[in-house]
Design a protein. Sequence first.
Length: 251
Amino acid sequence: MPTAIVTGASRGIGRGISLLLAEKGYKIIAVGTREADSVSEYVTELTSLSPESIYVAADISKSECRQKILDEATKLGGFDILINNAGCAPLVRQDLLEMSEESLDRLLSINLKGTFFLSQAAAKQLIKRETYAHKMIINITSISADTSSINRGEYCISKAGLSMVTKLFADRLAEYGINVYELRPGIIETDMTACVKDKYMNMINGGLLPIKRMGQPEDIAKAVFALCEGYFSYTTGSVMNIDGGFTLSRL
């Protein structure tokens, strides 16, 4: 039974990923910032699908929490896959010319720095791991990695940085049989996008996307599952757009 660490697991895209993998027989080390009793419904659902799975309350922006995640994984027998999904949006959407240093620091600390150093520490353990054929790191970024949104520039910057992190680790870890991937979700219906759902739906209905709906967490989860199963084993450093056709060039 392969074991996957999923950060940002208790809601949105992370919830969809962790529950689908649990349903498919994976052991999950689910990570979230809230304490377990605050997400008890999720933990119950997760463990009903995969009884050996656990939930770890940890903030990946803190080094001691990153170590806690890996320590808990070791107690469970180690892990084979790291899915870096944890991330945050700006607390307030502001024009690029008004963006605060504090907001940029916050997003880089979680979305980029925390993910980088968790991946660094995890990679050292994966190098030694020999129990699963498809060892990998999957980074969930966003179409914002290469699409400008001038009222949340700090988010775009953090995701663009994470895109390069994918390339760097793919290059560094290929010799050890560890593949690294980047999934770029488009407009996904989660609590993060709830406040702008009407705006996005108007844009979609106006022709923004060839596939005329918001994406669902399950859309991302299915792509993650395909990677975890090794269906793309002759690729690394690859970017997969799960975006309803947003990146399709059209006339």
